[in-house]
Design a protein around this ligand. Structure first.
Ligand code: S3P
Length: 163
């Protein structure tokens, strides 16, 4: 395991990117976001990748991100896409923190613009089904489960104390 990276996992809208940036502000480590990096490299938004190339293609890119990070990246905070633990062994990238929130809290936090960016969140019912299917996998993929229903500084301090 590459224990120097801090890997944030969790369902869509659980705050992974926000917390990655907050940790960066505290400890100065580089923060990266797998969705942003993939979109940048493909020169397409995540929605466009799903629509034009399909989900399987996106999952291949996530797997490549995970393999490359495990081999070559250290001392970095990594915000992952919500599906990454389902398709990749995220523990090989570093110390994994699950940001846990219940589904209704996530749903009330996401506005329409945020939902529009996430092809797998377009229908509330199917997103909830996905959430339930994934919960156990998320828990098994994490070294630590963090209750994310707290303030950003509290979540950040909790993760920093465990790093
Ligand atoms: C996905 C989550 C998204 C993004 C893609 C698929 C998923 O990332 O990777 O839309 O399968 O849960 P966020 O968790 O940042 O929304």
């Amino acid at each position: 395991m590459n224990s120097t990276n801090c890997v944030l996992i969790g369902f869509m809208g659980s705050g992974k990117s926000t917390i990655a940036r907050a940790i960066h502000k505290e400890n100065g480590a580089l923060a990266i976001d797998s969705d942003l990096l993939i979109a940048y490299q493909e020169n397409l938004s995540i929605t466009e990748i799903f629509a034009t190339k399909g989900e399987a293609y996106f999952r291949e890119l996530e797997s490549k991100f995970c393999d490359f990070t495990a081999k070559h990246i250290t001392h970095t905070i990594i915000a992952t896409g919500g599906g990454m633990p389902i398709f990749c062994n995220v523990k090989k990238m570093g110390k994994v923190f699950l940001l846990h929130l219940d589904f209704e809290t996530i749903f009330t936090r996401l506005n329409n613009e945020e939902i529009a960016k996430r092809p797998l969140f377009h229908k509330k019912d199917s997103a909830f089904k996905l959430y339930k299917e994934r919960l156990k996998i998320y828990q098994n993929s994490a070294h630590y489960t963090i209750d994310a229903n707290k303030s950003i500084p509290n979540i950040t301090q909790e993760i920093l104390s465990l790093l």
